[in-house]
Write a protein that binds this ligand. Structure first.
Ligand code: NCD
Ligand code: ZN
Ligand code: ZN
Length: 464
């Protein structure tokens, strides 16, 4: 370590990684972690900035692999800058964008244009998952440096967003072709599981009763103990196994599918999966009653939520990601009358990390496991070589958390363009005081200080 090049030192904090926690000083040089040493052992070099983290936790910045940034096409909801401002405030240092945009990200040309947008507008590091529907575009998109592909096993009926045609399929033959086309790239295939044919039948029987309220919507999608999700996940696991292609499942929300993934991992299927903020901290029956359309995505019955926490702790669920899904109030309000007409999904990128740490303070998972599920596992599963770990040589993507302070969630402090949070009125223990991306502050003491364009492509290590 050459002392003169050290730009900053985070002193006296408790450094938390998947391997343990220790009081240590973190030395940062050229955007990377240069050293981690017991407090005071290495003096703070002359000219270096000292960040006193006494009493605070020093954690890896979150790698959020499932984010709807809405640009291009839906910038009345969000854009890359507003979304990554919210990310910075929420301790998120890398985002993966989703392809349900206009145009849908399905070709190398569209992807190149989008990369240029991220390059000028993102405060944090980024990547983007395109749709592999145009099979002859699949390899060219891999060569651009993407981390994964994304498809939805659903096309919305009764509304034109967030699952428009072009992002979704409901043909298993086409799905199998996609697995086969992706295989040579070695990249993971991220899939929103959903059995549309079964859903159509279940929906029709519920609609016949004339009730389109949020409660009816919640019950419909959860019918038969999660049949819509479990049948899709069974198919996906089998296709992943058959084609030997890495699968990443989003929206884990049922006990049955968690058990299927547990068993699949045991027999060596290449699968990872995530749980989203709304399944952990929202979407109880009480939330459905009180917040209606603002709480949904999907209702998660209590027994399933217990299975989620168990799966998160035992490693079956690899990571937490936001599925940050900003929609305007107008787009949500219609849901009180007709939840099938309202755009599904809830924003959460600003809130999830602090909410997860609140659960850790309550003992629902260890701090070490938090470091794994927010950063180390996503970096490993998506092969982001220099990211995710607080270790010498890795990018200095860091979040500093004061466990004794309090976070108050309010629509007033929302940075997302949508202007609301489902957590409005809640509070949690501890607060995010600083977020750093490659050694530079992007959030400091209540204010976003990062600049659009600082973010870089988080490129996976090549597979081919
Ligand atoms: C997402 C959105 O709004 O883009 N909505 C949601 O319900 N989570 C789409 C998606 O993740 O399926
Ligand atoms: Zn989805
Ligand atoms: Zn999503």
């Amino acid at each position: 370590m050459s002392g003169s090049s050290i730009a900053s030192v985070i002193t006296n904090g408790t450094v938390i990684t998947g391997a343990g926690r220790e009081n240590a000083d973190v030395f940062i040089s050229d955007g990377k972690i240069a050293a981690i040493a017991s407090p005071g052992v290495i003096p703070v070099p002359e000219g270096a900035r000292e960040i006193d983290a006494s009493g605070c936790w020093v954690l890896p910045g979150m790698i959020d692999v499932h984010v709807h940034l809405r640009e291009p096409g839906y910038v009345h909801k969000e854009d890359i800058t507003t979304c990554t401002q919210a990310a910075a405030a929420g301790g998120v240092t890398t985002v993966f964008g989703m392809p349900n945009l206009n145009p849908v990200t399905k070709s190398r040309a569209i992807l190149d244009d989008l990369f240029e947008l991220y390059d000028t507008k993102s405060l944090v590091d980024w990547n983007h998952n395109p749709v592999p529907s145009e099979l002859d575009e699949v390899l060219a998109m891999a060569d651009a440096g993407i981390a994964a592909y994304k498809i939805y096993m659903v096309v919305d009926t009764g509304r034109d967003y967030p699952h428009p045609s072009g992002t979704g399929i409901h043909d298993n033959g086409h799905l199998l072709r996609m697995f086969e086309a992706i295989n040579p790239t070695g990249l993971p295939f991220m899939v929103h599981p959903h059995d549309q044919a079964i859903m159509d039948v279940i929906e029709q029987s519920h609609w016949d009763r004339g009730d389109r309220s949020p409660k009816a919507y919640a019950e419909t999608l959860a019918t038969h103990n999660g049949l819509i999700w479990d049948t899709a996940i069974a198919t996906l696991l089998r296709m992943s196994e058959a084609t030997d292609t890495k699968l990443h499942i989003v929206h884990m929300q049922t006990a049955g599918s968690i058990e299927m993934v547990r068993q699949a991992k045991k027999r060596g299927v290449k699968v990872s999966c995530e749980v989203n903020h709304w399944a952990l901290f929202l979407s109880t029956w009480n939330d459905v009653e009180e917040l209606g359309p603002y709480a949904l995505s999907y209702w998660v019955p209590d027994n399933h939520r217990e299975a989620i926490w168990e799966g998160l702790n035992d490693g079956t669920i690899d990571m937490v990601s936001s599925d940050h899904a900003p929609h305007t109030r107008e787009e949500k309000e219609v849901g009180w009358e007709d939840c099938w007409a309202c755009h599904t999904g809830t924003p959460g990128i600003q809130d999830q990390y602090a909410l997860l740490l609140d659960c850790a303070i309550d003992g629902k998972l260890s701090l070490e496991r938090v470091a794994q599920v927010v950063a180390e596992s996503p970096a490993t599963e998506f092969r982001l070589g220099n990211k995710g770990f607080l270790r010498p040589g890795f990018d200095a993507d860091i979040m500093i958390f004061d466990p004794l302070d309090t976070t108050k969630y309010s629509n007033e402090t929302v940075l997302s363009r949508c202007g609301w949070t489902p957590y409005d009125g809640r509070s949690s223990k501890g607060t995010i005081v600083r977020t750093m991306v490659r050694g530079a502050d992007v959030f400091d003491n209540g204010a976003v200080v990062g600049v659009p364009g600082w973010g870089q492509l988080a490129r996976p290590t090549p597979f081919r």
